[in-house]
Design a binder for this molecule. Structure first.
Ligand code: FAD
Ligand code: GLY
Length: 349
């Protein structure tokens, strides 16, 4: 089958855009060199946290718009699959310590704070509260996105490594894979932290180590976003703790220092974590781009679009990125959101 659009990379950006394109009746193929949804989109914590992450300027605008997309986007995906994506608008609490005060502080009174979240460490004296921030279980979301995409006719080929583009007259003529050439009308490069292997774009890996616990008592009621550690409760009692940010290339593995710093920062905020069993450790590679601005839209090839560089917020930005990328690929430049982010989309890489 020759696709209208061929997407390289089966992470959240590739699959969400594929699903969005099917709404316009487009024939979409995705090629993934490993297993779809096992890159950064699997490793993430799934926080939807434009405010807790202290985004500013255009990144905050992108983040808040995308966070607003979430309820409807999840509803649409779940309507196709009939399964939960683990979306939970649980709010995010950012603790303040030892009498520290900030202008936007929400909780000044520890006893009030303890009503929101019991069992906080003694040094926590106040907190910021971001009621509209929340989370999605990114692994469940990826499973649902993949199922929805397949049900909507997206052809997904796993174990196919794209090794380069064949081009002529400023256009991509085909992509070269270990199994031969693949041809489409338009191509989307959504290869996350690995995108630079295929196009000279300024995307670099930033490793994040993570771990999880299981709390049978489900004592954590919302995300805690503390200095040096964030703590994310899933509705099934899993607690996800993250994450380091390391400039070590694609060096795999968990380190004692990485896990030690996460645990000590987290236990200072929630001492009961010290008694829980660790159920899993893992790591992943965020796609970092200069100034942390995602690379979306035009490339030097007329029929090649890029969608990468989502760094710390790719789960958050996925619905908005999929909207922008699909309209851009379809040439729907009059779309109001495309108009709003046109300088970003036109910034050729
Ligand atoms: P990926 O999910 O990495 O997918 C890229 C895919 O492309 C991979 O499957 C890869 O195998 C494939 N690929 C690469 N090269 C080729 C090739 N040559 N041929 C074929 N396939 C190829 N974001 C949030 O919003 N909230 C969070 O709480 C959050 N926490 C995070 C915590 C950690 C530890 C990490 C690592 C990331 C976190 N992120 C978070 C960021 C988010 O996970 C990423 O921004 C997002 O997943 C990027 O999605 P992607 O589709 O671009 O990349
Ligand atoms: N957004 C959380 C992280 O990237 O670790």
């Amino acid at each position: 089958m020759t696709a209208d659009v061929l997407i390289i990379g089966g992470g959240i950006i590739g699959i969400a855009t594929a699903l969005e394109l099917t709404k316009a009746g487009v024939k979409v193929s995705v090629v993934e060199r490993g297993i779809c949804g096992q890159g950064a989109s699997w490793a993430a914590a799934g926080m939807l946290a434009p405010q807790a992450e202290q985004l500013t300027g255009d990144l905050l605008t992108l983040g808040i718009k995308s966070r607003d997309f979430y309820p409807q986007w999840i509803k649409e995906i779940q309507a196709i699959t009939g399964q939960s994506c683990g979306y939970w608008c649980c709010g995010i609490l950012a603790p303040l310590f030892n009498g520290e005060v900030t202008p936007s502080e929400y909780y000044r009174d520890r006893s009030q704070l303890l009503q929101r979240q019991p069992e906080l460490g003694e040094k926590v004296t106040g907190g910021m509260w971001y009621a509209a921030d929340g989370q999605v279980d990114n692994r469940l979301l990826m499973q649902n996105l993949l199922l929805a995409a397949r049900l909507k006719g997206v052809e997904i080929q796993e174990g196919v490594n794209v090794v380069g583009f064949n081009s002529s007259n400023g256009k991509v003529a085909s992509v070269q894979t270990a199994q031969g050439e693949l041809v489409a009308g338009h191509y989307l490069l959504a290869a996350g932290a690995w995108s630079r292997e295929l196009l000279p774009v300024p995307v670099q890996p930033r490793k994040g180590q993570m771990l999880s616990f299981f709390d049978p008592h489900r004592r954590l009621r919302q995300v805690i976003y503390a200095p040096g550690a964030y703590i994310v409760p899933r509705q099934d009692g899993t607690i996800v703790l993250g994450a380091t940010v390391e400039d070590v290339g694609f060096l795999p593995g968990i380190t004692a220092g990485g896990i030690n710093s996460l645990l000590s920062n987290a236990i200072a905020v929630l001492p009961f974590l010290a008694d829980l069993q660790i159920t899993e450790t893992w790591w992943g590679f965020r796609p970092h781009a200069p100034a942390e601005i995602p690379l979306l839209g035009a490339t030097k090839y007329e029929n090649l679009t890029i969608g990468t560089g989502h760094y710390r917020n790719g789960i958050l930005w996925a619905p908005l990125s999929a909207h922008l990328l699909s309209r851009w690929i379809l040439g729907q430049l009059d779309d109001p959101l495309v108009q709003e982010f046109l300088p970003l989309l036109q910034g050729k890489v």
